[in-house]
Design a binder for this molecule. Structure first.
Ligand SMILES: Nc1ncnc2c1ncn2[C@@H]1O[C@H](COP(=O)(O)OP(=O)(O)O)[C@@H](O)[C@H]1O
Ligand SMILES: [Mg+2]
Length: 391
């Protein structure tokens, strides 16, 4: 069918036409944020899950809905290897400038901007990747001790008080939070905890890979009291069908049931793969309805494309020993495997291969769903490893 009208949107962070199966979470997040704005007790959200389950698009949706209700945003994606202050400062600055441009906002947020200037200046020595020039004189003695824990809490408090005065709320949306180093994560949680205790309207909604839940717990044991942790996974049968059917319907097209069954079986309901299969099936089908035969062809072309791109770029970042480790996991099948079983498959001792496992986790290729277990962070990667290594 006409590729110009293809309604699917595969790709990291591409907003789908139908954000299927997440309505309840969207509503609960909205309730939590509105309660926080009103100075009432509520836990904000941490979304975690594998690559391609839809964390970024859900985070964006929660943000856009909140903006429509008048909540102010600071949206940040944590890059690998940069300090939290380095990414936070310019984005906070932009948000505060926007807020102070609002009617009557100037006086309330001028103090917060000064505190931010002091914060940036004091931390420049410690984090040498801070590259921001604040065109404002810092206020002396506020958030400028040079100690991140202390200063971030003081900064959030100043911002929170200004926001409260203006009956506003400021929400930080932090994507890829697993890349923030644990001491900085601890400082962030401490700061959010202290504004929550003062019932000030500053909070965070965050997303990250599965290891994030453990990292936050280690960083601060009270993270669980501050946040609801929601694991995002594959869509259930009816949501996965909606993810395919609803966009097609908008273009007056439909699927035969057997085509849906084929796509659901192949993608296991993973949102990113549903978009890929939907896109391929649409392009391959001569006309609506999309038939089983079209879906089967889509499996071949979608997998070939994933093998050449999505899976391949991840594979290319691996050393030969890391590839062997993941191949051993793949041979054991999808899901989590005991370190002992993987080592045995490799014919090595657990202690010998432990460093390889550690670098795979650091690279975001594997994670530990439970102590001593290892699993792939990329769905269907086991199949790819077998295709590429197995011959
Ligand atoms: N609930 C959903 N329904 C349909 N498609 C979705 C859904 N969530 C995500 N997607 C699609 O999945 C892909 C990956 O989404 P993304 O948010 O980038 O995942 P993550 O951040 O978890 O890696 C995108 O193509 C997006 O359109
Ligand atoms: Mg993402």
């Amino acid at each position: 069918m006409d590729p110009r009208r293809n309604p699917y949107s595969p790709g990291a962070g591409s907003q789908p036409l139908e954000l299927a199966g997440r309505a309840e979470l969207i509503e609960r997040a909205a309730v939590a944020l509105d309660r926080i704005r009103a100075g009432r007790a509520a836990r904000s959200f941490i979304l975690y899950g594998l690559r391609g389950v839809g964390k970024t698009v859900l985070l964006n949706r929660i943000r856009l809905d909140a903006e429509a209700r008048g909540l102010a945003s600071v949206a940040v994606e944590a890059p690998e290897g940069r300090s939290l202050p380095a990414v936070l400062i310019p984005n906070l600055r932009a948000a505060l400038v926007r807020l102070s441009a609002l009617q009557h906002g100037r006086s309330a947020f001028a103090g917060a901007l000064k505190a931010l200037a002091g914060f940036a200046r004091a931390l420049k020595v410690k984090f040498n990747d801070i590259e921001v020039s604040m065109d404002i004189a810092p206020s002396v003695g506020v958030a400028d001790s040079g100690d991140l824990d202390f200063d971030l809490a003081a900064l959030f408090k100043t911002i929170g008080e200004a926001a409260k005065k203006r009956e506003l709320a400021l929400v930080l949306y932090l994507d890829e939070l697993q890349y923030v180093a644990e001491p900085q994560l601890a400082a962030l949680i401490t700061a959010l905890h202290s504004v929550a205790q003062d019932q000030l309207p500053v909070t965070m909604v965050a997303a990250g890979l599965p290891q994030l839940a453990g990292q936050m717990g280690r960083a601060k044991s009270y993270a669980e009291r501050l946040f609801e942790f929601h694991e995002l996974g594959p869509l259930d049968d009816s949501a996965a069908r909606d993810a395919l059917i609803v966009p097609a319907r908008q273009e007056d097209a439909a699927f035969e049931d057997a085509a849906l069954v084929e796509i659901l079986a192949q993608t296991q309901g993973y949102p990113y793969f549903l978009q890929e299969w939907g896109k391929h099936a649409w392009d391959l089908a001569p006309q609506s309805p999309i038939r089983e035969k079209d879906a089967k062809l889509a499996t071949i072309t979608a997998l070939a494309e994933l093998d050449a791109s999505f899976f391949r770029v991840r594979f290319d970042r691996l050393t030969p020993t890391e590839k062997q480790y993941l191949y051993a996991m793949a041979q054991l099948g999808p899901g989590a495997h005991r370190s002992g079983d993987i080592a045995e498959k490799l014919g090595k001792k657990v202690s010998t291969v432990a460093p390889i496992r550690a670098t795979l986790i650091a690279k975001g290729m594997a994670y530990s769903p439970a102590h001593g277990d290892t699993a792939f962070t990329v769905p269907l990667f086991d199949g790819f490893m077998k295709r590429i290594m197995g011959g």
